[in-house]
Design a protein around this ligand. Sequence first.
Ligand SMILES: NC(=O)c1ccc[n+]([C@@H]2O[C@H](COP(=O)([O-])OP(=O)(O)OC[C@H]3O[C@@H](n4cnc5c(N)ncnc54)[C@H](O)[C@@H]3O)[C@@H](O)[C@H]2O)c1
Length: 248
Amino acid sequence: MKLKDKVAVITGAGSGLGRAIALRFAAEGARIVIAELNEAKGEEVLREVQATGVEAFAVPTDVSNSAAVTSLFQALDDRGWPVDILVNNAGNAGQLTPVHQMTDEQWHGVVHVHLSGTFYCTREAIKRMLAQGRGGAVINLGSVAGLRGLPGGSSYTAAKGGIISFTKGVAQEYAAQGIRVNCIAPGWVETPILENLPDQIRPLMVANTPLGRIGKPEEIAAVALFLASDESSYVIGQTISPNGGLHT
Ligand SMILES: NC(=O)c1ccc[n+]([C@@H]2O[C@H](COP(=O)([O-])OP(=O)(O)OC[C@H]3O[C@@H](n4cnc5c(N)ncnc54)[C@H](O)[C@@H]3O)[C@@H](O)[C@H]2O)c1
């Protein structure tokens, strides 16, 4: 078991990639904290995780709300749970909109959740990792959109590009304390987030991916496990992009 006795906080774990990561980490012996905006979805995944035999709890959380994130980590403190792993995964794709038509609300609705949410959670987790004195792993979810741009998704592109750069800077701040900060920038992966995209985009996703298919959440969870475990002990500030060849 690669994560035995570790505690992993996973945001947006009620669906898609977060759910797959929670189940994969649980299978490796980690205790799981589900921080999810949608309470019902969070509870559903909590039951799946608990069925694997590990300890877990869920905290309904909006990661774009600084006070809510403080309460999330307070809930760990109250239970006497440390923080060994943070996965900043919560997010939404917004609606594809050309930048000249994008409203302030559309912009902030995407940038604030991804970028501020990642900052708020990272700050609270790292405070605790420093106090614990035994290192830790922070894994941020970027996107190929943050590497090459997504036309019509300027807010998403900016947020994901920001997360990739945030990863590089923060990784250097805490490397000496054994806290490894890395990023995963997936290509297209089959999750509910794709439901917001227009139908005509789907064939293009496959056509533009040299492997000839959309990815599975478990294929991203495998990369997350690598970055969370000691297997990646010399990997710091990197962005790994499992994308079927979409971006090389
Ligand atoms: N699926 C893809 O193709 C793909 C590709 C690249 C990157 N990503 C990124 O992976 C991450 C997970 O996406 P997914 O595909 O699993 O999507 P998803 O829609 O299946 O899951 C996202 C989860 O985040 C939750 N969430 C949204 N806003 C939140 C908030 N403010 N606070 C807490 N939880 C919130 C949602 O309720 C949902 O359960 C996102 O950051 C996304 O941008 C996804």
